[in-house]
Design a protein around this ligand. Structure first.
Ligand SMILES: [Zn+2]
Length: 230
């Protein structure tokens, strides 16, 4: 299976040069199969995830992949280029001081109102409608009349791509750490398939990170639906 490469504009330098993120897509053979999105290097110095993505690409080239796989190494062009002496810094947006992984968009979906309008749909149509809502909300955020910070623009651009997938992984690197996985409570059993020895459980509470920005809206919707007997 071969991949196609494209790039997404995620910002612009003061000199007018575009900031682009490279995107590698493997097209699956089954349109019904779950789609995967994996990004790495949102924190500039954390390049190990890029090597993981490279190894995965080599494997995928000889595999029969059912669902689409979208790979985004080098997800933060400003972060990876933020050098000081021999070091890559790249943990905080130098303009605002905000951690690059706390910049994602909090949808604050009124799930009660949304579900009241969509409860007549079957599961497939409901999933499609909610996904469409999340992607459109990200686009509206990017198109906002007053503009947004460069860090938030990058984050929401990545988030919008990730909302299109069913499985989303954001690869980070710890400075001194055992291997661990952040995981929403509901996915704890599934997390064991990664063979990563430690799992940190995340509650259904948005704190600005990529993974939370993707799963919190779905989790909020499913919790509300449960109260409605769905
Ligand atoms: Zn990180």
């Amino acid at each position: 299976m071969s991949f196609t490469q494209s790039s997404l504009k995620v910002g612009e330098l003061a000199t007018g040069h575009e900031l682009n993120v490279p995107i590698f897509r493997f097209r699956g053979t089954d349109v019904e199969a779950p789609r995967v999105y994996i990004q790495a290097n949102v924190h500039g110095a954390e390049v190990q995830g890029n090597a993981v993505i490279y190894q995965l690409m080599q494997r995928l080239e000889t595999a029969n992949v059912l669902g689409d796989v979208v790979l985004v190494p080098l997800a933060n062009p400003l972060g990876i280029n933020q050098k000081s002496g021999e070091f890559t810094l790249g943990r905080f947006d130098p303009i605002t001081g905000v951690n690059w992984n706390r910049e994602y968009f909090d949808h604050k979906v009124d799930v009660e109102a949304w579900y009241a309008q969509h409860h007549h749909l079957d599961d497939t149509a409901l999933t499609h409608a909610f996904r469409t809502h999340l992607i459109a909300a990200c686009q509206a955020r990017l198109d906002g009349e007053w503009g947004i910070t460069s860090g938030h623009q990058l984050a929401v651009s990545l988030q919008k791509m990730a909302h299109d997938a069913d499985i989303v992984l954001d690869l980070h690197t710890g400075p001194k750490s055992c291997k661990h996985l952040y995981c929403p409570t509901y996915a704890y059993e599934l997390a064991k398939q990664f063979s990563i020895p430690y799992t940190l459980i995340i509650p259904n509470d948005f704190g600005g990170a990529m993974d939370e920005s993707i799963f919190c809206p779905w989790w909020q919707l499913s919790e509300h639906m449960a109260t409605q007997g769905a």
